[in-house]
Design a protein around this ligand. Structure first.
Ligand SMILES: [Fe+2]
Length: 135
């Protein structure tokens, strides 16, 4: 079984963003699957690089939507994105440690899905949906 599975409860009902969140879950599962391989410090760098690129693009997508629809909580939301990237950069440094475990990063990413995606992004999604498809 995968470390994390897509759960409809994570859907914020904006297709482009949901698809990106699905892609993120895939990367997290790859990271989990690589936790025990012998050359995992090399893989660690590769995956952190992937995460950085993917998240940068993903955050830009969300911020584009928030700007387009004048989301009132854009500043606080963007702050969470900045914090997230900072954490990923710390994990990148930890990759240098040959035997550094992946578990802190995996725990962090899992928690991010629960708190940020199911909380902060969900709130944004509800607002955007209303703006995009007014009743
Ligand atoms: Fe977000």
């Amino acid at each position: 079984m995968e470390f994390i599975q897509w759960d409809p409860a994570l859907s914020i009902n904006i297709e482009e963003i949901d698809n990106q969140h699905r892609g993120l879950i895939e990367i997290i599962n790859t990271l989990n699957a690589s936790a025990e391989v012998p050359n995992r410090h090399v893989i660690c760098f590769e995956i952190v690089m992937k995460l950085k690129n993917y998240f940068n693009e993903h955050f830009m997508t969300e911020e584009k939507y928030m700007m387009r629809y004048n989301y009132p909580e854009i500043v606080a939301h963007k702050k969470e994105h900045v914090e997230f990237i900072k954490n990923i950069l710390d994990f990148e440094l930890a990759c240098v440690e040959f035997y550094s475990p992946f578990s802190p990063m995996l725990d962090f990413l899992k928690e991010w899905l629960v708190k940020h995606v199911a909380g902060t992004d969900m709130k944004m999604g509800t607002f955007l949906k209303e703006k995009m498809e007014p009743l």
